[in-house]
Design a protein. Sequence first.
Lengths: 286, 400
Amino acid sequence: MDLVLQAVINGLVSGALLAVPAIGFTAMFAVLRFPNFSVSGVATLGAFAGYQAYAVGFEVAGSLAVAFAVAGVVGLFLDRVAHLPLVKQGALPAAIASIASGLVLENLVRLGFGNDMRGYDRPIARDLHFGDIRINPQQTETMGVALAIMLVVFAALAFTRIGKAMRASADNPELAALKGIRPERVAMMASFVGMGLVGMGGMLLGLDSSIDPLTGARILLSIFGAAVLGGLGSAPGAVLGAFLIGIAEELSVLVVGSPYRAAVGFFAILIVLTVRPRGLLGERAF
Amino acid sequence: MQMIDLRMSRRAALLGGAAAVAAPSVGRAQAEPIKIATLTPLTGAGGSYGPVMAKVAAAVVEEVNAAGGVLGRKVVLVSEDDQTNPDAGVRAARKLIDVDKVVAIVGTWASSVTTAVAPLCWESKTFLCTVSGADSITQLPHQGFLVRTQPNTVLQITRTGAFLVSLGAKKIFTLVPQTPFAQSSIEIMNGVAKKAGGAHGGLIYDDKKTTYRTEVDQALRFAPDAILCAGYTPDTLVLLKDLYRAGYKGKIIGQGYAINQKLIEQVGQNEVVEGVYTYAPSTAEGSAALERVKKMSGLANPDPYTSQVYDHVNMVLMAIATAKQASGAAIKDNIRKVTQGSGKPVDNALDGLKAIAAGEKVDYAGASGPCDFDDKGDILDCKFRYEQIKAGKPVLVKIA
């Protein structure tokens, strides 16, 4: 039982980290209407941008801001140049193009930084023990940062003009345009913020482990899984999906062993989509 | 190819056909080069080893070409990246075999890549030299078209287990990623521990996870006094951090290729890796061949894989010279003639090729060891190097 509780706690930690890029992914889908798989490359880029900032003396918060900005700008650029021109022909060409641009980004990072793994130079702390349950202070801190980021995103979606505009556009683009919301601006904002979140997610995941050019590729399936599970296009759904995927992946270690982790994620998606084809929370943007 | 053919006009096709018929004669006139290839991981988990492996192979070829090549023919080395990934490895091997038409591929590193590439090689009668350790590889029906210079899992884990037992370990736990050597590692270590009167537990994990907290919890419930971390660098790094966080204070041992200087730098905190042991097939310390590898690689301490690839290229070229024919089958039939037996001892292809040209027999012993193979293609003997990390630096415990 302790082992199960511990696995659930571990799953909550990894779920919180996964939620940040999953929100970014799903927000972009809500507005731009195609699954942007270049998140793999952008997450890697964000992780390295944050790493670089951290190395020159920024604190974690400052480094996260750098990761957000760099990933956001590059993500926006890729959307403008490579993905959005293809969306008119359907979501699939754009999605395929995004796989390609993700690979390009990954290899550009490789060109600049090489294949070596890098670790954020953070001290590694021992866990705190509560009975048989272990909690790591750093991972708790990272989780807190992730939760704070989510809070800010939700507040922005709920209370700011641009947040409301994004929700309106996601809900009904034609109606939103009739109301004077400029779709171009909303799309650019979605690209920038969505990719920024993905970049921060890459850095958050790297904080506890290490980063290399494949960092983003390793988490791509989990991000996609979380977004689909919660309902593509739904930000709260992405959070819920991320926590569920995180917990399911950890619990699966106890039952079938972690090599089947990906299968467990897909199995969960399969069941949910069979019962609720639009995901757990449907498509509502907020 | 299909696409291009369809678009060709009949005239162009005719011209092309004529050229194709004429081309081999042109080639023959200039004595076609002998083509061999390296297929090493330039990217991916093995990305820190592949580039220098390819570099040393190229240096050997360059040296041989400068001395007149093999059988009077120039040797061309094609270098491809397997990305430490079976899919990419197969694509690259297809290109090497079908397009470049190489007679031998050397240096495949990850066991998963070698397992995927080997069938292409024996089907096309291309010779394959590998540094992968999984037992299953030499058990493939490779018809002799494969040798490996890396000790297999049985040899590696048996020696490692014996080493742990000699350190006083009674309860050993094996943590190993999903690889071709995962199951056999656990079974062999189980046997070693039980034979020494101890206990053993094991777990196979997914090397793409970003945290191993739950896996570590499971391992620690076994209350082990020694843990074997048999993964690669990225996952072992996360694993060691999580073991430290969990407060584990027993012995840890891992593969030298995973727990290396890069990992220590990455951890950035010496107490996390303090006292961790590593084991690795040892290079032939003190041999002249290893000195040459040092010069060619520019490294003071070349890793075993680089030494092994040096040996691969030397063996392949000498086997071709002995056979007086450049083909995979010729290498297959002659590789043991140049590596074992009672011939003149040589440690590089230059000396070997001269001796072979003079009609002498040779017995090659290289930078990785004696390079003697059994019928399955496994090496018969090799030394192991055990090190322990102290204050962030690996310190030699013993070579045995």
